[in-house]
Design a binder for this molecule. Structure first.
Ligand code: NDP
Ligand code: 8X3
Length: 250
């Protein structure tokens, strides 16, 4: 069994990669940083997986098509595609937001996910087999202050996931939207452009989820019997009730 995971070098993508490796999958792992991909490859091989690394930016449609097009024949029958690469940038009010941040979020979270889907799912349809797991977010359920554009990209992930599920309903392909809440990864550091102190406060007074927790959920969805389609999963830390209600210990 082969799983392709975008953005596998950190956080949720890495949690998924390790879980699927431990579950007997071989892995195609992608991200932009080649050195981190090589480190991950060594770790996954320790877990018994065969690993292919692909270095590209999901925002670059030509590079993405080239990378997927060049996948060697023995790796082509992808069973699970996890569209995970994504990010948030900034937390300014919408009327003060940065065009650059908006473009980066929209190009990565929506257009990158669509490009990967367009490139990988035709093979699944031909084989009448496969599973697409998109990493959405609780942020897609409702906007929060300063998060409007990020939240909109994750609402788009939900709608795009629902649309794909409709379009492959005549096949054996399953389509899942996993919507995590607070997960401690590099996410907040990236959002705050490297400000680690500000990023750390996002998790003040609450035990957040980990990338491994989300890896477990993705693996569960992929391991369900073939007639069972886990369509959507909202996964929250126990003291988080929704996108904005979080109980923090003082
Ligand atoms: P991380 O920043 O820890 O990991 C992001 C991964 O995506 C890295 O491997 C990064 O590698 C890769 N990546 C980012 N941009 C691109 C790109 N343009 N092309 C290719 N790869 C890219 O964040 P998370 O693990 O937290 O985030 C993963 C997903 O989970 C995102 O879609 C995020 O929106 C979602 N999510 C996160 C939550 C959280 O609280 N952390 C909650 C809900 C959803 P590199 O930089 O080398 O390319
Ligand atoms: C990431 C979760 O609530 O920080 O999607 O936006 S949140």
């Amino acid at each position: 069994m082969i799983a392709l995971i975008t953005g596998a070098t950190s956080g949720i993508g890495m949690g998924c990669a390790k879980r699927f490796a431990r579950g007997g999958y071989d892995l195609i792992v992608t991200a932009r940083n080649e050195r981190k991909l090589e480190q991950l490859k060594a770790e996954l091989e320790q877990l018994g997986a065969k690993v292919l690394t692909l270095t590209f930016d999901v925002r670059d449609r030509e590079a993405t098509a080239r990378a997927v097009g060049d996948i060697p024949a023995e790796w082509r029958n992808i069973d699970v595609l996890i569209n995970n690469a994504g990010l948030a940038r900034g937390l300014e009010p919408e009327y003060e937001g940065s065009y650059r941040d908006w473009d980066e979020m929209i190009d990565t979270n929506i257009k990158g996910l669509l490009t990967m889907t367009r490139l990988v799912v035709p093979g699944m349809v031909e084989r009448n087999r496969g599973h697409v797991i998109n990493i959405g977010s609780v942020a897609g359920d409702a906007a929060y202050a300063g998060g409007g554009v990020y939240c909109a990209t994750k609402a788009a992930v939900k709608t795009i996931t629902d649309g794909l599920r409709i379009d492959v309903a005549q096949t054996c392909i399953r389509v899942t939207d996993i919507k995590p809440g607070l997960v401690e990864t590099n996410f907040s550091k990236v959002r705050f452009h490297g400000d680690a102190e500000r990023a750390g406060h996002v998790y003040d007074g609450i035990r957040p989820l980990t990338g491994d927790d989300i890896g477990d959920v993705a693996f569960y969805a992929a391991s369900a019997p073939g007639h069972v389609q886990i369509a959507e999963v909202l996964v929250l830390a126990t003291h988080q009730a929704n996108g904005t209600v979080i109980h923090r210990e003082k």
